[in-house]
Design a protein around this ligand. Sequence first.
Ligand code: B12
Ligand code: SF4
Ligand code: SF4
Length: 359
Amino acid sequence: MDEHLLDEAALARLVDRAAAFGLARLGVVRLDHPGFAEPRAALDRYLAEGRQGEMDFLARTAEIRRDPRQMLPDAASLLIAAVPYGGPGGRIARYARATDYHTEIHHRLRRLEHALHAEVPGCTSLICVDTKPILERSAAALAGLGFIGKHGCVIAPGLGSYILLGGLLTSARWCGPDALPDLRRAGWDACGSCTRCLDACPTGAFDGPGTLDPRRCISYLTIEHRGPIPDELADAMGERIAGCDVCQEVCPYNAGGDRERRVPAAAWLGPPLRGTRDDDPLPLVDIGSSTYRAWVKGTPVRRIPRRSMRRNALIAIGNASGPLSAAAQARVQSACNDSDPQVASAARRALTRKGRPEP
Ligand code: B12
Ligand code: SF4
Ligand code: SF4
């Protein structure tokens, strides 16, 4: 068979050019790497326990995650890249304040794809950023980009865990040495005895190192969960309306302000078109559909339906310290009668938390 090979010299040239494409780190892993056995088993356990909650797409695409050749039949390797982001924290998680990484990393990987085709003429390839199901974190660790911390995120040396991942699936077979023999070696050893992320999680979403119950994670609750959020979890959400960074904020690998100097400016994920969005929850309580569409456009927040964002805003208002202003009172009060149960129950909760009886 006419096999396409990606050798060490070709990979070194791609890695050299990666920064110019906006990819701060680049590595490669073969799909038949034995290290995938453990994450595949972890995915099976995860689904068997129903941890995906309402994220049906995880169950639907599990077979493809296990074997990406279902997307690209002659796929042999995965090139995997990391793109850093940063900025101050707030009610919206850092990654979600930036431009939509799906689109942006896709563009950057497109440039890598052209370079790959010049190195390995005739190979096939497919860009994968979230929507094309692959085990991105495990692949990144096996490709040597970093290690998986107890918070479950990939930590890249020198960059920390505020990175997003994207892959280029290809028929080009990596014929160099494996960056890492198996995932276990890249496991929790680098965390040592630290458990800051596990201890700091506001909703107690970790069952143990690297074992997250997404159904308790604020990121899941604000982005993926449809319907009312149980009071116990809503109480712990603070003022977060889209995602959560707590387990990464406390991580010593993200401390120190010199990341910016280590990465070429072109590799950073920039702000969205029309700038970083204001995260004041009050205008979101009764935001209209066209205003909402404009507010989320070009940002990863577009994954959150308007009604869920209205619920999140009401929970944040209920959790904020201090009394409600008269303007807030009127808006929250009228949301109590909303036809959407998740909005109405969050509004009633906000009022009762402020010591006011429900209307
Ligand atoms: C679904 C999803 C979520 C869900 C569920 C997350 C989960 N842990 O299952 C929710 C909405 C909760 C979520 C939250 C977040 N997510 Co998310 N998410 C995904 C998505 C789309 C699929 C993940 C998945 O398959 N989960 C199923 C579990 C079983 O797989 P896994 O998380 O990859 O876990 C692997 C490891 O645990 C490993 N493993 C198993 N056993 C062992 C043992 C050892 C020793 C080792 C080392 C590893 C290991 O195997 C597992 C399977 O591969 C990926 C994109 C993708 N295609 O992978 C992004 C992704 C994982 N998310 C990402 C981000 C940024 C986040 C948030 C930080 C966003 C935020 N600020 O709110 C939080 C972080 C929460 C956390 N601490 O994990 C990034 C992670 C980047 C990084 N540095 O690791 C990804 C890769 C998106 C991207 N393209 O960059 N996310
Ligand atoms: S993102 Fe927030 S809620 Fe989710 S595991 Fe990390 S600290 Fe906990
Ligand atoms: S906070 Fe500590 S335990 Fe958690 S990932 Fe960072 S180093 Fe590891």
